[in-house]
Design a protein around this ligand. Structure first.
Ligand SMILES: [Zn+2]
Length: 345
């Protein structure tokens, strides 16, 4: 059977490790409330890598096209779509499916709706030429902001939510970010924008990524950050952002944070913990999770990027054709680049 209007897609076809390959897929049909986006660029996320290496902790609807960090031009509109036209430049939020009637959605917190399904695991994502997007997910991209950068709006929104909405930060605060992946570096950048005195912590093998963080004026630390945390008055950092991909860094966060301080946890790690949470009680710490993002965060982040206040160019390690996805994934997986960006063929 031949596929109508086929295009190459990076497809995650099963739960086993390495179950990702290029497949030809049909151009999606859109519904009345959708638009069809011609993808210009799509970022590779840590979660795409996790699905590839099969160490993810969320349910995946196999087979699925990967990719949820994307932008492009609108080329077709459903009949109910208002406010957009063909040729408009847009980026898309990630909550492809939400329950419009859930109390969370009605409160504007559709990112926390239990029925939410995102691009790249719940529905087909954007590592291909065309993607169907509900128009409620769209945000306008100003002409002066290139898609190679605009496609990274999503991880910037994750960082914004973790640092601004789900933490307490005041100018002059000492902030430590654990984990120099994309989210960690962007959290450090956000904390700088908020006026923080910011350090980022990684391992010996993270040197390259730590150096990129340093380009933003963030202090890079390999290994133990205790000395930096206590440098000012001996009590520890005001805010710890835990952006590492393992759970046990929470123990380090509890050591580094000052009494009455705040920990914002944005990194995932499915492993159970094996340490006492007593320091949380003893030090009167606020421990706050942070997940995803919503409409007002997207509008603010796009404004920050368009006016040049937030520059993601230092973290982009290269742009690959989607057919070269393997090299792009591998380089990011090994930490040789912070962020790989793909381009449809
Ligand atoms: Zn992502």
């Amino acid at each position: 059977m031949s596929i109508p209007n086929p295009s190459a897609a990076v497809v995650n076809f099963g739960p086993e490790k390495g179950s990702v390959e290029i497949r030809e897929i049909a151009r999606p049909e859109i519904g009345d409330d959708d638009i069809l986006l011609e993808v210009a660029n799509v970022g590779v996320c840590g979660s795409d890598l996790h699905q590839w290496t099969a160490d993810h902790s969320w349910h995946v609807n196999y087979p699925v096209v990967l990719g949820h960090e994307f932008g492009g031009h609108i080329i077709q509109l459903g009949k109910n779509v208002r406010g957009w036209k063909e040729g408009d430049r847009a980026v898309s939020e990630t909550a492809a499916i939400v329950n419009a009637d859930s109390p969370l959605t009605r409160s504007g917190l559709y990112n926390l709706d239990p029925d939410r399904k995102g691009f790249g695991y719940g529905v087909n994502g954007a590592m291909t030429k065309y993607v169907r997007v509900p128009s409620r997910c769209l945000h306008r991209v100003p002409d002066n902001l290139a898609f190679e950068q605009a496609c990274l709006t999503e991880p910037c929104c994750v960082a914004y939510n973790a640092v601004v909405n789900n933490a307490r930060i005041q100018p002059g605060d000492r902030v430590i970010v654990l984990g120099p992946g994309t989210i960690g570096i962007l959290c450090a950048v956000m904390a700088k924008l908020c006026g923080g005195d910011v350090a980022i912590v990684g391992l010996e093998q993270d040197k390259h990524r730590l150096n990129i963080a340093a380009q933003y004026g963030v202090t890079p630390i390999v290994g133990d950050a205790t000395e930096w945390a206590k440098q000012r008055d001996g009590l520890g950092a005001d805010l710890i952002i835990d952006a590492a991909g393992i759970s046990k860094t929470l123990q380090i966060a509890l050591q580094l944070v000052r009494p009455n301080g705040h920990i914002s946890k944005v990194g995932w790690g499915p492993q159970p913990l094996n340490f006492s949470l007593d320091p949380l009680v003893q030090k009167n710490i606020t421990l706050q999770g942070s997940f995803s993002h919503n409409w007002p965060i997207w509008e603010r982040v796009i404004a920050l990027m368009a006016q040049g206040t937030l520059d993601v160019r230092p973290i982009i390690g290269g742009v690959w054709a989607i057919t070269d996805w393997h090299e792009a994934f591998e380089k990011m997986h090994k930490g040789e680049v912070v962020k790989s960006v793909l381009k449809p063929v």
